[in-house]
Design a binder for this molecule. Structure first.
Ligand code: NAI
Ligand code: MG
Length: 372
């Protein structure tokens, strides 16, 4: 069997604990790998001024895939205040290490399967089986933002568009600008990923989530590219929905949907909604996938109030590990992990606090490992 090189990035808070749990399950499944620890998160921002140090980027570059726990992050001013004193006047500004990983390695697919495992009492409804494809590198998360707004930009906007007129006469600190940037290439490739997946999995419908009636330029491009891609997959239906209506319909009738694809922000929103319908943060797993590298993670954060208590639900991270095995082509091992997780859920004896039980993080991992 192949021996894989896995970058192992636990991060902060409960990230460390749920990753320990995932390791127990990966070992039980017989996955053979060299795991190399990578530094990421708040401590490295405070001590070194970089939450994703260059050595971690190098590690990722030389790995087959990565598992990532969670990090703590804070708004710009709070982040600067916590920098080591000798770093404070260096003009450093905090940037999310997750967004950076996605951009540096062009991890353009954020894949978030949301399946209701039978018997999980946290399911809003039984039988839900949705898969969200969220564009992961551009849109409102492109990181092109201005606050304060440079006079040059204000003047240009004033010249190019009349709709900027109501904002005329404002000073640079009276407004802020975050750019929503959607490229044709970025739109095309995420929609193609969703259709390819639907085809491979025998799924029947892909719903494109947008707001092109209002956000006409950028979402218009997304929708146009989606229609072009869909034409090449006549066996799969193309469905289109506005993000706001989508949130209502998803909750009302999730069985009308199958594979969903969306630009970054809308994808972020619907994937949290879908995750909540199948158990919430303890169950939300995701993959950040590019053509050469993929980083798998639970979608929750570092939950500082639970850190050190070993009570967080590790299932999201265990399912993320399962996704990693699928991506690496180890489909049998992945299926074993999923089957064992489903069995423990169906049995309903081992439950973490969020499921109404008192099992600890590693108890859950050991129960799943035992089922394998
Ligand atoms: P969070 O996801 O860390 O936790 C919110 C609440 O959800 C927790 O207090 C807990 O009650 C529950 N929860 C989360 N994960 C759980 C699990 N595995 N099992 C059971 N319950 C769980 O979000 P919050 O509190 O908004 O953010 C905390 C920190 O994490 C912040 O610094 C934030 O910036 C960061 N964050 C990092 C993310 C990442 O690393 N991908 C994602 C979201 C937030
Ligand atoms: Mg989110």
């Amino acid at each position: 069997m192949k021996r894989y090189k896995i970058a192992w990035l636990p991060g902060d808070g409960i990230g460390v604990e749920v990753m320990e749990a995932a390791r127990i399950v990966l070992d039980a499944a017989g996955f053979v790998a060299d795991y190399t620890h990578g530094d990421i998160g708040w401590d490295f921002w405070c001590r070194e001024g970089d939450a994703l140090p260059p050595r971690t980027v190098e590690l990722l570059r030389s790995s087959d895939a990565a598992m990532f726990g969670a990090i703590t992050s804070k708004p710009a001013k709070a982040a600067t205040a916590e920098l080591a004193p000798e770093l404070r006047d260096k003009g450093l500004s905090y940037r999310s290490p997750i967004v950076r990983m996605r951009q540096v390695f062009d991890l353009y697919v954020c894949l978030r399967p949301c399946k209701a495992y039978p018997g999980n009492e946290l399911n809003v409804m039984e039988g839900i089986d949705l898969v969200v494809f969220r564009e992961n590198t551009e849109d409102l998360y492109a990181g092109v933002e201005f606050s304060p707004v440079p006079a040059e930009l204000a003047a240009t906007l004033g010249r190019l568009t009349k709709s900027y007129a109501p904002f005329g006469g404002l000073g640079p600190d009276d407004l802020a600008i975050s750019c929503k940037i959607n490229t044709r290439k970025g739109s095309e490739r995420i929609v193609r990923a969703a259709f390819d997946f639907a085809k491979q999995q025998g799924r029947k419908k892909v719903t494109v989530v947008h707001k092109a009636n209002v956000v006409r330029a950028t979402d218009g491009v997304f929708l146009e590219e989606a229609r072009k891609v869909a034409a090449a997959y006549p066996e799969i239906a193309l469905d289109e929905a506005n993000i706001d209506a989508m949130c209502m319909w998803l909750l009302k009738n999730p069985f009308n949907y199958d594979v969903l694809v969306a630009p970054n922000l809308y994808g972020d929103i619907i994937s949290d909604l879908c995750a909540q319908m199948v158990g919430g943060l303890g169950f939300g797993c995701s993959g950040n996938i590019g053509d050469k590298l993929a980083v798998f993670e639970p979608t929750h954060g570092s939950a500082p109030k639970h850190a050190g208590l070993y009570k967080a639900n590790p299932i999201a991270t265990i399912l993320a590990a399962k996704m990693m095995l699928e991506w690496l082509g180890e489909k049998t091992m992945a299926a074993r992990i999923e089957g064992a997780t489903a069995a423990v859920l169906a049995e309903g004896k081992v439950k973490t606090y969020d499921m109404g039980g008192s099992a600890k993080t590693l108890d859950m991992a050991k129960a799943i490992a035992a089922r394998i």
